[in-house]
Design a protein around this ligand. Structure first.
Ligand code: GSH
Length: 206
């Protein structure tokens, strides 16, 4: 059985839980991080020297870094579905996962942490406003891509949709002015049809 360490309101844990749910895998999740703590023990440090969540354990295999966890699960249990077999097709999923981590996430981090996890009197309003402005054209890149593609790597859900689906839920629940993204919105309607997305991702943004 799989074990996932991490609290449910972590976007990085949500990616793993959605993947586990999508694949219908037997698992247990152990609360860790945030108010639950538990990251400073020797045992945890041996699993993840970064002392961050999530950690995924599958028998003797221990994986950290959320995108690596998603890739591991997709490759081991979702071959031909979440894990496209063809390297070219898989590169589409891969690049949107990397894009989320490197291009989108720094901006999303600034607006999310600023608006949700920082007390109002301690916020850097200028930094939040700048990131909120700059993230619009970044989402537009995905919106343009989705004009020709039901999911990020084609007609079916793959691992490439998972980090972005989590990011979109978080972004669309923030109190800020957003442009309209019609193709992302259609894609999001498709994601909402997935039970595991509703269950693990569409929860209070805290
Ligand atoms: N790049 C890492 C980031 C991991 C990370 O920063 N996790 C945060 C939660 S989203 C964490 O462990 N925070 C400390 C805590 O929850 O106590 C990944 O994708 O897994």
């Amino acid at each position: 059985m799989l074990t996932i360490y991490g609290r449910t309101n972590s976007i990085n844990v949500q990616k793993v839980m959605w993947t586990v749910g999508e694949l219908g895998l037997d698992h247990e999740r152990i609360d860790a991080g945030g108010v639950f703590g538990g990251l400073d023990t020797d045992e945890y440090g041996q699993m993840n020297p970064n002392r961050r969540i999530p950690v995924l354990r599958d028998g003797d295999t221990v994986v950290w870094e959320s995108h690596s966890c998603v890739r591991y699960l997709a490759a081991r249990y979702g071959s031909g579905a979440l894990w496209p077999e063809d390297p070219g097709a898989r590169s589409l999923s891969d690049r949107w996962m990397d894009w989320k981590a490197t291009t989108l996430q720094p901006l999303l981090h600034t607006v999310f942490w600023g608006l949700v996890r920082t007390p109002a009197d301690q916020r850097d309003d200028a930094a939040i406003a700048r990131a909120a402005r700059e993230i619009g054209p970044v989402w537009r890149i995905l919106d343009n891509h989705l004009a020709d593609s039901r999911y990020v790597a084609g007609a079916h859900l793959t691992m490439g949709d998972i980090p972005l689906g989590c990011a979109w839920w978080r972004y669309s629940n923030l109190e800020l002015d957003r442009q309209s993204f019609p193709n992302i919105n259609l894609w999001y309607q498709n994601l909402k049809g997935k039970e595991a997305y509703r269950r693990h991702v569409m929860i209070d943004v805290t």
